[in-house]
Design a protein around this ligand. Sequence first.
Ligand code: AGP
Length: 615
Amino acid sequence: MCGIVGYIGPRNAAQVILDGLRRLEYRGYDSAGIAVIQDGHIAIRRDVGKLGNLSARLAESPVEGNIGIGHTRWATHGKPSERNAHPHADTTGRLVVVQNGIVENFRELRAELEAEGIEFKSDTDTEVIAHLVGLSYQGGRSLEEAVRLALRQLRGPSALVVLAHAEPDKLIAARLGNAGGVAVGFGEGEMFIASDMPAILEYTRRMVFLENGQMAVVTAAGATFSTLAGQPLQPEIHDIPWDPVSAAKGAYKHFMQKEIYEQANSLTDTIRGRVDLGSGEVYLEQVTLTPEQAQALTQMVSVACGTSYHSELVGQFMFEQLARLPVRVEYASEFRYRDPVIDDKTLLLAITQSGETVDTLAGMEEGRTKGSHLVAIVNVIGSQAARVSDSVIYMHTGPEIGVASTKAFTASVVDQYLLAVHLGTLRGTLPAARRRALLDDLARLPALVGRLLDPAGHKVYTELAHAFFHFTDFLYLGRGINYPIALEGALKLKEISYIHAEGYAAGEMKHGPIALIDEHMPVVAIAPQDRVYDKMISQIEQVKARGGIVIAVANEGDDFIATKADHVLWIPQASELLTPVLAVIPLQLLAYHIAVRRGADVDQPRNLAKSVTVE
Ligand code: AGP
């Protein structure tokens, strides 16, 4: 997840940009850079490591100017290095770009550009954009047209800002797909651009947020907006609320709501730069397992709590299918007291959003003392779980403020998918063709999630909330890889609405829980068209036969289930391994709207904390 800041106006651009990048610190990064037009040329300063290194470099070699762009990069493609830090320039060095997102087809584009004699100075996908814009610009097109032409050649989400030496009075900002945001801030005789509001809130509260396929030409006097096709736009200028907390929520009522809707972006960020669709390679720089170690593994044990535990139950299917590793999933709070049978041939996986959950840390300690290889999937950068692990995969979702975990859950499921493909590669259980197919499925996921999160289709949730908010008990049923989603859906409902909800393996219904069914016990059934679909249909019929009410989560186009269930929440088709990421989203939204309808404190539910750091 990268941070972007741009400025034009009477102030010292480098200072405004540096301050803005500091406010994006939570996004995590390991290199940063600034470009400013100074005395008629573009001056660039970049450095690896903390922002303090860039700040020190600027102190020893200052840049003076009134227009500039800056960037913090979380290195995912190639090592963190000064040469890979943004901004990136075209061959003339008179045009620079900063970007957030993925250029999925950058290898092909790079090959084409190299064939035209372009020499690349970095390993990044972003540099491709600098050359594409530069070539069109040198060819006589306007800067706006050059950016439009370049963006039309890109595949994958991108948010970017372009600065050209020959036009020292303008910045071009553009957004393509579900890349991180682009906010254009309106000052008095000065303008700001940022990937996230906190970077510029101290200067302005008046902002326009670019949407997918939109561009802004920004001068000190203001900004003009258009589509990438050149259609002029007159977007609304939002007045951001003064207090920082509600400002951070933006247009959303709760952090949980914001974080649910961020999932197309957060999944893009957790995948970005970690996959090569051409070769089927997965890049997990901080997973240190060697092929020999991976091949010597005899088992995997996953430990976590709450939502993170549910994520690991999904991951079990991935590791067993793709890496052919036997997997045990354990509540960390139980595992730590069992004197478990693990050793140096055990891979111990800990998933923890906060990285500070005391039971999970204790489970990890169990593994460490018995010589297991510890791998942690963590969101909070530099947290304890990250520090004590041998290998780390950061979720890159940005801060998750709502106590009920949403975007961290879906990111951790996807991160396990990446790890499973990586382990399969190391253990020789995944041929290249299968890897490429798996990564193609993954590359399509953020767009499917983005479609599912289109608010236009969300009236159903307020209607269901109105119909069901007064019920006191719910049963959630799932089977196979979606049984953990039943558990997760039930947890979401109970922890924010205080309604008793139980997740259950659908096949277990006839062994007891079916005695509960009547018109007072709504049943949520997760029934995508997978290998256990028919079993789920008969489960739904058994519930209906006893007067139960069924809310089904089902695949778009499945007309049959609409004849069986009382209500249907539709999800797009996806591979069986990735369907849980889609199936959980309707359950997050259902829990959210029921809790809102009950007037519950959604972001800080009673008795709960975001991270359970005490026993
Ligand atoms: C989930 O919505 C809850 N907030 C809770 O179950 C949480 O997942 C659990 O406490 C684990 O937290 P962690 O991922 O930070 O370790």
